[in-house]
Write a protein that binds this ligand. Sequence first.
Ligand code: ASP
Length: 669
Amino acid sequence: MGRVRYGDRIRHCGREAEHVHGRDARQRLESELAVVETVRRGGCFAERRRVGDRAENLFALPCGAGLSSPTYVLMKRTHHCAQLSSSDLDATVSLIGWVDTIRDQGGIIFVDLRDRRGVTQIKLEAHDNNALAAQLKHLKPESVIGITGKVVRRPAGTENKSLPTGEIEVEAADLEIHNISDTPPFPLDDAGGDKVNEDLRLTYRYLDLRRPKMRRNLEVRHRATKAIRDYFDAQEFIEVETPALFKSTPEGAREYLVPSRIHPGQFYALSQSPQQFKQILMVAGVERYFQIARCFRDEDLRADRQMEFTQVDVEASFITREDVYRLFEGMLKKVWQEVLGVDIPTPFPRMAFVDAMNRYGVDKPDVRFAMELVDLSETFRNSAFKVFQQTVAGGGVIKAINAKGLSDITQGELKNLEDIAKSLGAKGLAFIKVEGGEWKSPIVKFFTEQEKAELTQKLNIGEGDIIFFAAAPWEKACAILGRLRLESAQLLVKRGKLTIRHDDWQFLWVIDFPLMSYDEERGGYAATHHPFTAPVPEDAALLDSNPKAVRGQHYDVVLNGMELGGGSIRIHQPALQKKVFEDVLKIPRDVVESRFGYMLKAFTYGAPPHGGIAFGLDRMVALLCGTTSIRDVIAFPKTQKGQDLMAQSPTPVTEKQLKELHIGIVQPE
Ligand code: ASP
């Protein structure tokens, strides 16, 4: 066979002959390619063509291989590296991938060849093919090669049961070296890579992503995203893209500003969420919208926060809270089913915000373990212990948790808990340790027998327990103990006294949030969720007289202590929206007009009742992958300091660029 031509029938690794086809293929074959030789390799016909002064290999492919034209590509595999088994014995196969490991065992060379699916062992006995052995021996791990050879059974006793391909190996007959790798700066196996400093992993992210674990994370993300798209498509939602360049709305999170070149001194802001656009889409009659949307917020970064992150953003018209619950329970059910094969029970339990705070000290309770907060305000209302008595008299509360079995807490751990409590506004950390049948605590001498009996009963106190108290205004006391509850749980987990499984999927809705919260610092009301959230209809009359008592039609989905998503039924009447802006939030009329005027105007042209929700995709995928850091499920995340260590950003820009943007730099002092 000479040069392969358009329409030729070719053989591909012994499979049925097929046609080389496609206009592009013909053009490339007949004009552009200078074929210098055609070789037969492992059952495939390969061409060598000249590109500039390099010779590159081309393999003829069956047109049914799932490729569109051009039909000709560089060396092709017949199987992936997790595919071959004893049912392929004696077949001649071609594999391509990265050298995972290479071992020379007294004249027998073993290469573990890896692609994104897995690993296959390649074997070569040096005396069978000296030239090939010489080439193989010098390969370094992470080099990219193609191998053709015969599938043989591994000698009895050398099988690797933990590998899908562990029963076989491929006897190398031909080798193609695509690229020799330098020695990677860290081991690319899961365990080795996990021990490496994250900054190094992020600097060489392309190597880090070769680790099986990271590759799996990307795949989980893909599968979750696809399940979500399929779900909403089936529910007749349409995906609509909204702009990343939006206008500044400084009342939300801190935003990224983008200077306008054409309008000197004016700025866009990167969208914090498509909230306003999705509501406008409802006015536009779209009825059912979703988007896998990139959002940007200039906030301090943490393990579960990035400056750019992805939301599954949804909005629908003519929808009630109950519809939203059903819709999203269905979405989460599908995602968990398709990604993990796990059937999560629906409907999810619902918990009022007040109950979540009272029982767990947070609005995103982790209900996988108990250690609930207990209110002791009544017990201590007339106590001789002045700190507690005065707190209650001043309108505050006394709350406590029993960290069962944690009386062996170390001084260092206790100090850490105290520091946490103080950082949340506590003056100190009162506690009782129960050891040898005795209550050890500096405060216990102030308690009456009656108070002690009530404590024992309400907190179920027993040997080996430690009780932590908070005496403060309600919200602060909840927050302090909510945090100590989580910290204590971790200490108990460390001691093997408590088990919290990451795959114990405890979903719940937190509902009945207050529409407004009073911001002491600013001395005014702020929207608990955002200013577009509608009040619960029966509370709306209280908007003027007692805004604090008004509940919002807001809901959060919580999973294992993380807020997965949140949303609300929105205000769709322009007069009510204006009232919330101006009378409740006290935003000056001209500011309302300049920021939200277009929205209020849109609402005067027939805005349907509507509502929606947004889910943090990164967080959801992190939970599905069993990792606590969203950086592990984002291909190219920023560090905690907001840097891209691989591409090296941010960077200074030139004077010329700044000038064009009408920007001057004021260096920090
Ligand atoms: N846009 C809101 C957020 O980002 C979610 C929503 O209300 O739909 O939190």
